[in-house]
Design a protein around this ligand. Structure first.
Ligand code: CO8
Length: 374
């Protein structure tokens, strides 16, 4: 008999500190003024480009973002630093990202009524891991006392759904009974706080999701995964050149291309139709149309992207209830966005209701899961 596989619990952990648009813009504008003063002669000569001011109003209108969480706020708004201060920990201490992962993992385990003994595999899936090895997932596994195995995977914004796909396949194939996928998104060290086009985009957060056999699930709210679908297409429009070859390249770690950078407008134009087509094809596989989908837990990069994707599918604007937006509070949290939306807005659905979880972003990459409430 084909195994029925469910999402049986999620956990969401937010750092204590936030940065509002107003705080961020005040810091950036003070930095820009200082930069322009210091480079006045070169700017006048046309050899250096002046830094334009940012605007809280623009950020909210262009992206839907009002505020973001930050793991360590100190340093990020200091115009002489423009980078959070995250003190290095000794190798014997729990790493920052494992700590973030464990906060969310414990909440997901409680939501799914699972103990460490129930879990076979830990997948840490995110846009960056703070080191190459040993895997953050194995550190988390050890800390929680989970037997079995763990591994990290990096798929930028689609890491969450691609991670859930792997978990679904393991349980479906009966190579595991219960898998925990964790997305500890520590984005702030990769944000270029001196760049007006991108300084506002990202926030830090951690989410975790438990996937298991339907027959072992005991949580109040479980969602059967009906199928998964993934798509990638190479694009340089969202890129970070940060990586282990940097030192050999003699590249400065503070050079603009070592941070997240993008052609935002091109991304918007290219990804929205791709995502709408992908979702349309995925739900059609189940004989469903857009109006059959009760909830759209979409990737949270930009409110206008989500509105356009839903408009392309539904031929009207979605309501907040249909396609919840969490960008105002969280900003873009790389892979975590669609699962924050799922965590906050799933319990009200009725048995038999259909939903779709979909992430999209760098790569390009798109991942989706069609789910039905049990
Ligand atoms: N304040 C004031 N004005 C601004 C600002 C600002 N902060 N920024 C830009 N402007 C100006 C521009 O210079 C431009 O001026 P002009 O018209 O004179 O040239 C004008 O405002 C309009 O600029 P844009 O055309 O760039 O503005 P958009 O409406 O396109 O909005 C966005 C910009 C919000 C970036 C939008 O394009 C967007 O969201 N695009 C989608 C991008 C996206 O989804 N990217 C995915 C990234 S996430 C991902 O894939 C994961 C990566 C891994 C995680 C990384 C963690 C760090």
């Amino acid at each position: 008999m084909s195994q029925s596989v469910v999402i049986s619990g999620t956990g969401l952990w937010k750092p204590e500190s936030t940065i509002t648009n107003e705080e961020l813009v005040a810091s950036y504008n003070a930095y820009a003024d200082k930069y322009n003063d210091e480079n006045a002669v070169a700017i006048e000569a046309g050899t250096v480009v002046a830094k334009p001011h940012s605007s809280a109003g623009f950020i909210q209108k262009a992206s839907g973002i009002k505020s973001r969480y930050i793991y360590k706020k100190e340093g990020a708004l200091d115009i002489n630093r423009m980078m959070p201060i995250i003190p290095a920990r000794p190798e014997t201490a729990l790493s920052d990202q494992a700590e973030m992962a464990i906060h969310a993992a414990k909440k997901a385990m409680a939501a799914a009524n699972k103990t460490a003994a129930d879990i076979d595999v830990v997948i840490v899936a995110c846009a960056y891991t703070q080191r190459s090895y040993p895997a953050i997932a194995i550190e988390v596994q050890g800390e929680l006392g989970i037997e079995g195995y763990g591994f990290d995977m990096l798929v930028a914004c689609s890491a969450a759904t691609f991670g859930l796909h792997r978990a679904y396949e393991m349980v479906k194939a009966e190579t595991a009974n219960c898998v925990m996928v964790i997305n500890p998104e520590l984005t702030s060290p990769q944000v270029n706080y001196t760049d007006r086009d991108s300084h506002f985009i990202f926030g830090d957060v951690s989410v975790a999701t438990i996937i298991e056999k339907a027959e072992t699930a005991s949580a109040d709210h479980t969602y059967e995964i009906l199928s998964t679908k993934a798509l990638t297409q190479f694009s340089n429009n969202i890129r970070s050149n940060f990586g282990y070859v940097m030192n050999a390249n003699n590249a400065s770690p503070l050079a603009a291309d070592q941070y997240f950078h993008q052609q935002g407008r091109k991304v918007f134009k290219e990804v929205c139709p791709m995502a709408a087509k992908h979702i349309g094809n995925h739900i059609q596989k189940h004989g469903l149309g857009p109006s059959d989908i009760k909830r759209w837990w979409l990737h949270q990069a930009n409110i206008n992207m989500n509105k356009l994707i839903c408009k392309l599918l539904l031929d009207r604007q979605p309501s907040q209830e249909e396609a919840p937006i969490v960008l105002d509070e969280f900003a873009n949290t790389a892979s975590a966005g669609s699962l924050i939306a799922f965590n906050m807005y799933n319990e009200d659905l009725e048995s038999g209701d259909y939903g779709i979880i979909c992430s999209f972003g760098a790569g390009y990459s798109i991942g989706s899961l069609v789910v039905r409430k049990k």
